[in-house]
Design a protein around this ligand. Structure first.
Ligand code: UDP
Length: 246
């Protein structure tokens, strides 16, 4: 997060550097069944983000001391490829990827009917191939689709979006420059049917009014993103037993 004076992020017409209005999303495309050997998979392109998700399980949890006799656990691993960012990222886990893996695991754990699979684990591999800000939310949004494509019973999908503050203005779905030079970044994910929040983090500062404006922008955007998720699932799973909301 920088300061407002670091870089001009709006043009004279009040549009953002990529031509969007404050409330516009970047283009989003989701595809399922892109990997043959996974139980479920999805690929998401969200602006310049390109992220691949593979789901394996439910299968017996290993090591066995990790087993919970009452429920399965969802273990998400978020990984950024070395070539996914401008400055080569050192391969392997770091504090950031461990934190993101944890918050994504918790968000998905809330949506999956884990009580149906005692002693099991469900692995979700999120591979960021190209990063352009908002990767945790794009990865989580695609992971929910991959879990559904794997036939894992879920209470609901999980869908997210970010908003933030740029040059003193609240905007939706921050781009890379806005993330770097803006004053706040607020990723949020919900279960769309209930509206229950399953992930919320904040980097920077927002006033209460700005926070309310940002969250209402996010909630509105999640309706459109959820439709993209459902369309992706319907394309390959038109006769799927689970109803994703229509
Ligand atoms: N980023 C980077 N190198 C890193 C980590 C992040 O270039 O080691 C970039 C990447 O484009 C990422 C953005 O910074 O999408 C914002 O990262 P943040 O930690 O805010 O997470 P995200 O917005 O991707 O969920």
């Amino acid at each position: 997060m920088g300061t407002a004076s670091d870089k001009k992020l709006f043009d004279d017409n009040g549009l953002r550097l990529d031509g969007r209005s404050p409330g516009d999303l970047r283009p989003i495309r989701i595809e399922t069944d892109v990997l043959n050997r996974a139980d479920g998979s999805a690929f998401i392109e969200w602006g310049g983000n390109k992220i691949q998700v593979a789901v394996y399980g439910p299968r017996e949890a290993y090591p066995r001391h990790m087993q919970d006799i009452n429920q399965a656990f969802v273990r998400a691993r978020y990984n950024m490829a070395a070539f996914s960012v401008d400055e080569r990222k050192r391969p392997g886990p770091d504090r950031r990827s461990m934190e993101i893996s944890k918050v994504i695991s918790e968000a998905l754990q809330a949506a999956v009917m884990v009580e149906l699979f005692p002693r099991a684990q469900i692995d979700v591999f999120i591979e960021v191939l190209q990063a352009d800000a908002g990767t945790r939310i794009a990865g989580l949004t695609a992971a929910a689709v991959a879990l559904a494509a794997a036939g894992v019973p879920m209470r609901d999908l999980v869908v997210g979006c970010t908003a933030g503050k740029v040059d003193g203005k609240v905007v939706l779905d921050l781009s890379k420059e806005e993330d770097n030079f803006g004053q706040a970044d607020l990723p949020v994910a919900i279960m769309p049917k209930s509206g229950k929040v399953v992930l919320m983090q904040m980097d920077g500062d927002l006033s209460i009014d700005e926070f309310n404006e940002a969250t209402s922008m996010i909630f509105k955007a999640t309706e459109r993103i959820n439709q993209i998720q459902r369309d992706a699932l319907k394309k390959n799973y038109s006769s799927n037993a689970q109803d994703w909301g229509e």
